[in-house]
Design a protein around this ligand. Structure first.
Ligand code: 1CP
Length: 340
């Protein structure tokens, strides 16, 4: 039994005394103790070594007091498992081998998934020990479209122009790739759930870069397949950043909650999905650059705007590396002091 199960009860649609709170990207990025580990070990050592994965994943529980942990890993592990090299270049971000030709896409190897992720169960079990049933553990993956963005572009981008060019010029090949990413992702999520993850989130970080029609064709069907494959085992949260136009369809997948970015109003989301939908979000992450007093006020206002219950307090995207620990704490403490 998990002692603080506020997050799981909210995902289950239950009315709780206050909203649970956690941060997207809480396990890396801004905590000073993480920065020390970042200097000492490579990114994939931090992901794959059980002791490091445990220390980093548990850190925000001990230091900031959030109501859920998210496994320390990255969405790009699926590109690796499919056979593409991924380098985390300090100061630059990820640089990947790409797959765009027919032969390169054909070579992406779904059958390698279990072999590649043999490190994951020991890492997750170590994290679960470190959590000692205090709070639930969230597993995660990227959406197939967001993965394709990196696997075609080879790095982050403001517009993912190469990825867009690829799906426009080679839609059928793109769909073969999206199918393979979907299959590998479902297998990986089952590994995470088998090892003890209590919920999973799918990050469609670049979903909102697609037009509504393109979203229906290149992202939604794959998000839906993943959700249907695991939702009877654990609650699923779908976060499609900026894809406000797809909320009704994402809700219809049977996901337990939908993440909202800060450009989507809670009023609009409620109107589209109904009073029983559970939402997660959605404070603008730059708000946390302000003083703790300003953060506390903005957080309370944001919680009020969700209208009471069926809400998981979070940011509208990942916490920024320049966030101060005091402002992060003000966000968490405001949610914890709130009463419906
Ligand atoms: O060594 C480092 O600290 C490198 C920075 C870093 C970290 C801490 C990267 C490289 N990934 C991560 C961990 C990570 N990534 C987590 C778990 C830990 C945490 O809570 O921070 C999660 C959930 C992710 C998810 C992720 N990776 C997303 C989806 C969420 C989002 O922010 O939109 C995306 C798009 C990535 C790709 C990625 N990995 C790393 C970077 C710098 C990026 C962004 C690249 C870009 O587009 O510019």
């Amino acid at each position: 039994m998990i002692k603080n199960d506020l997050f799981l009860r909210t995902l289950n649609g239950e009315t709780t005394e206050r909203p649970p709170v956690w941060f997207m990207r809480q396990a890396g990025r801004y905590l000073p103790d993480y920065m020390v580990l970042k200097e000492k070990y490579s990114f994939f050592e931090r992901v794959q070594n059980p002791d490091l994965a445990r220390e980093i994943t548990v850190m925000p529980i001990d230091q900031v007091g959030v109501d859920a942990a998210i496994l320390f890993s990255d969405i790009l592990v699926i590109a690796q498992s499919l056979g593409l090299k991924v380098d985390m270049v300090p100061g630059k971000g990820p640089v990947l081998e790409t797959a765009t030709t027919e032969a390169e896409v054909a070579a992406l190897n779904v059958e390698n998934t279990e072999e590649f992720f043999r490190y994951a169960a020991p890492a997750i079990q170590a994290v679960k020990q470190g959590l000692d049933n205090r709070v639930p553990l969230i597993g995660f993956a990227g959406s197939p479209w967001t993965l394709l963005c990196y696997m075609v572009q080879g790095q982050g981008s403001k517009d993912f122009g190469e990825a867009k060019r690829f799906i426009l010029n080679e839609p059928e090949r793109a769909k073969v790739m999206l199918e393979k990413i979907t299959e590998a992702t479902i297998r990986y999520l089952h590994i995470q759930i088998d090892a003890g993850c209590n919920a999973v989130q799918i990050f469609d970080s670049w979903g909102g870069m697609l037009s509504p029609a393109m979203y229906d064709e290149f992202s939604l069907p794959y998000m839906e397949r993943i959700t249907k494959a695991v939702k009877d085992r654990v609650p699923v949260i779908l976060f499609a950043k900026g894809a406000w136009y797809a909320l009704d369809k994402l809700h219809a997948t049977g996901a337990s909650a939908l993440g909202l970015s800060w450009t989507t109003s809670p009023e609009y989301a409620r109107k589209v999905c109904g009073p029983n939908a559970v939402f997660q979000g959605n404070l603008d992450p730059t708000t946390l650059l302000a003083s703790p007093e300003v953060v506390a006020k903005a957080t309370k206002k944001m919680i009020d705007s969700f209208g009471g219950s069926n809400h998981i307090v979070n940011l509208g995207h990942g916490v920024l590396p320049t966030t101060s620990v005091d402002s992060a704490k003000a966000f968490v403490e405001t949610a914890k002091a709130y009463r419906y």
